[in-house]
Design a protein around this ligand. Structure first.
Ligand code: TMP
Length: 217
C-alpha cells in the first residue's frame, strides 16, 4: 500500500523569510519527483481565505475578541484540512504549508496569552490525530526580524495587518512560545537559524530535508 503523503509545515515570526523558503522547500521536493501541494494558513481555500480576511483586517471600529480569533483560526483550519490537506495526503501528495497549529500556540497562546490546554483541545477536535510530519521553524532574534519587516512594509507601502500592528512584547512572546514548542517536540520541529545569509539558511533546510527523506524512504 502506498504511504500517504507527508505533511511539512514552515513556521516563524513575521519577517523571517517563510515565503521565500517555502518556494525552495517545495521546489526541492518536486525535483525529487514528488507531487507537492503548496498552501498556507489561515487560508488555502476560498472560504478559509475569507476567514483569513476577518482575522487580518485591521479595522478598529470593532475589536476582535481573543476567543473569537482562536475559533476563527480553527474554523479556517477545519475547512482547509477537509478540502485541501487531507485529500492531498490521501492521494499520496506531499503538502507544504506556510504555518499551521504551532502558529496558534505561538500567536494565540504566547502572543494573546490564551490557555494552551484549550488550544490543545481544539487541536484534537479539529485535527483528529493529524499533525505535521516535519516542521521547519525559521528563527531569528526579534530585533532582526522587526528590521526586515519594517523594510518590507515600507517597500510595499501596504497597511499593517492586525498582527503586524502588535508591539514588541507580543512578538517576543510569540518567539518564546515557538521555541518552547520546538523543545517539547525536537524530532518533528527543527529550528533553523534564519539570521544568516539566504544561501546558508537554504543549505540548512536542505540538510534537514535530505536526512528526513532518507529516514522516510
Ligand atoms: P502570514 O503573515 O504568515 O501570512 O500569517 C498571517 C498571520 O496570521 C500571521 O501574523 C500569524 C497569524 N496566525 C495566527 O495568529 N494563528 C495561526 O494559527 C496562524 C496559522 C496564523
Amino acid at each position: 500500500m502506498q504511504h500517504r503523503g507527508r505533511f511539512i509545515t514552515l513556521e516563524g515570526g513575521e519577517g523571517v523569510g517563510k515565503s521565500t523558503n517555502l518556494v525552495m522547500v517545495a521546489d526541492y521536493l518536486e525535483a525529487r519527483g514528488l507531487e507537492v501541494v503548496r498552501t498556507r494558513e489561515p487560508g488555502g481555500t476560498p472560504r478559509a481565505e475569507a476567514i483569513r480576511g476577518l482575522l487580518l483586517d485591521p479595522a478598529s471600529e470593532e475589536p476582535l475578541d481573543d476567543d473569537a480569533e482562536l475559533l476563527l483560526v480553527f474554523a479556517a483550519r477545519a475547512q482547509h484540512l477537509a478540502r485541501v490537506v487531507r485529500p492531498a495526503l490521501e492521494r499520496g501528495a506531499w503538502v507544504v504549508c506556510d504555518r499551521f497549529t504551532d502558529a496558534t500556540f505561538a500567536y494565540q497562546g504566547g502572543g494573546r496569552g490564551l490557555d494552551k490546554t484549550r488550544i490543545s483541545e481544539l487541536e484534537a477536535f479539529v485535527q483528529r490525530g493529524l499533525s505535521p510530519d516535519l516542521t521547519l521553524l525559521l528563527d531569528m532574534p526579534m530585533a532582526a526580524s522587526q528590521q526586515r519587516l519594517e523594510g518590507r512594509l515600507d517597500r510595499d507601502q501596504s497597511q499593517r495587518d492586525r498582527f503586524e500592528q502588535e508591539r514588541g512584547d507580543f512578538f517576543e512572546a510569540v518567539r518564546d512560545a515557538y521555541l518552547e514548542r520546538a523543545e517539547a517536540a525536537p524530532h518533528r520541529l527543527h529550528i533553523i537559524n534564519a539570521d544568516q545569509p539566504l544561501e546558508a539558511v537554504q543549505n540548512d533546510l536542505r540538510a534537514v530535508l535530505e536526512r528526513r527523506l532518507e529516514e522516510w524512504a
